[in-house]
Design a protein around this ligand. Sequence first.
Ligand code: HEC
Length: 117
Amino acid sequence: MRSPRVLAAGLMLVAGVTIVAACSSGSSTPAAPAGDAVLVEGQKAYSQNCAGCHGAAGGGAYGRKLAGVVTVKYPNIDDQIALITNGKGAMPSFSKKLTADQITAVTRYTREVLVAK
Ligand code: HEC
């Protein structure tokens, strides 16, 4: 017979795995146009690295709202690329985690696919 303690530990494990799966799931990020390889790469990088803080659709959570904001705030895409590369305050630097091409791709994704509702 199983002890209640083992059962409780098992349930906690299942709950933990479910939470981790929900947090890292990128399925709810808005789809990039399938024909644009850079934006598809950008969506992947966004769902894996950014959605947890900025929301799946860029609506903001712990991190700021991005959807519809970034093109206004950073008219020059290079300024936004620099911020994501170097970080700012509680926003982590991605210079070691992502390649320059991935940073450009994720920046384009936030500008061209994540649009304000
Ligand atoms: C740990 C949480 C966290 C993660 C992960 C994160 N960010 Fe941020 N981000 C923030 C916070 C907090 C700010 C606000 C920084 C400030 O201005 O002090 C921010 C700011 C930004 C800004 C500037 C917004 C503005 O209004 O000026 C952009 C653009 C941005 N993040 C993009 C990204 C991208 C792209 C990724 C993934 C590659 C990402 N962030 C990952 C927390 C995060």
